[in-house]
Design a protein around this ligand. Structure first.
Ligand SMILES: C[S@@+](CC[C@H](N)C(=O)[O-])C[C@H]1O[C@@H](n2cnc3c(N)ncnc32)[C@H](O)[C@@H]1O
Length: 205
């Protein structure tokens, strides 16, 4: 998907995103951040922070930077920061495929529902690995294509529609992990029948 098209799609979502997606996405986000067990003073990068539905789940004792390319989505995130007095959190406009932070700037990187959205997930992951310190943690919440052949076929058929809606559903988890060069510590779904994986990995550089 082209970046300009993605920006347009998410600009259009910004006013209704929380109403449509928060109920669906937040339980996994909350769970993943709780499992991260973030320590005091740690620096966290939230890539593709969107409207900031994750922000309230981070402990107050860490420093969080959320980045996103959509001005409209970021405005919603900024409102949450101000309204909830999240003084430890900043949200800034930035391309996840060209991150403007120095190498090793973060202890952990959190990516929820963004891997299937960016035009080049591997370019993004190379940036994630660069800005995350060696031995730091990379946590991904995302949909990957099903290993059930019937479901996979349906996903393939509806993929062009999903792309129009702002995401792809044809990424293979094992391929993604191999190409990203992450050392995965654990990966699972929150429910037996679920569409989203939660992946905890170590950044090996
Ligand atoms: C499905 S939303 C996920 C938002 C949030 N992480 C969540 O779980 O609710 C995907 C987000 O990725 C952002 N995005 C897409 N391409 C991006 C890029 N190249 N750099 C940064 N953010 C990007 C979109 O603007 C959108 O806010």
């Amino acid at each position: 998907m082209e970046q300009e098209k993605i920006k347009k799609i998410y600009a259009a979502y910004s006013n209704v995103y929380d109403a449509i997606f928060k109920r669906i996405f937040y339980p996994r986000i909350k769970h993943a951040i709780a499992v991260m067990d973030i320590k005091p003073g740690e620096r966290i990068l939230d890539v593709g922070v969107g409207t900031g539905i994750s922000l309230g789940a981070f402990p107050k004792h860490c420093r969080v930077v959320g980045i996103d390319l959509s001005t409209e989505m970021l405005m919603k995130a900024k409102k949450k920061v101000v309204k909830n007095r999240l003084g430890n959190i900043k949200v800034v406009s930035m391309d996840a495929m060209s991150v403007g932070f120095r190498d090793n700037s973060f202890d952990r990187v959190f990516l929820s529902h963004v891997v299937s959205v960016v035009p080049d997930p591997y370019r993004m992951m190379s940036e994630v690995k660069r800005v995350c310190r060696k031995g730091g943690q990379v946590v991904i919440v995302n949909h990957f294509k099903s290993r059930n052949k019937l479901v996979e076929t349906v996903e393939k058929v509806i993929n062009p529609i999903c792309k129009q809606l702002g995401w792809r559903n044809d990424l293979c988890l094992s391929e993604f992990i191999a190409n990203s060069g992450l050392r995965v510590n654990k990966k699972y779904m929150l429910r037996k029948l679920d569409f989203w994986h939660i992946v905890f990995a170590t950044n090996e550089k």
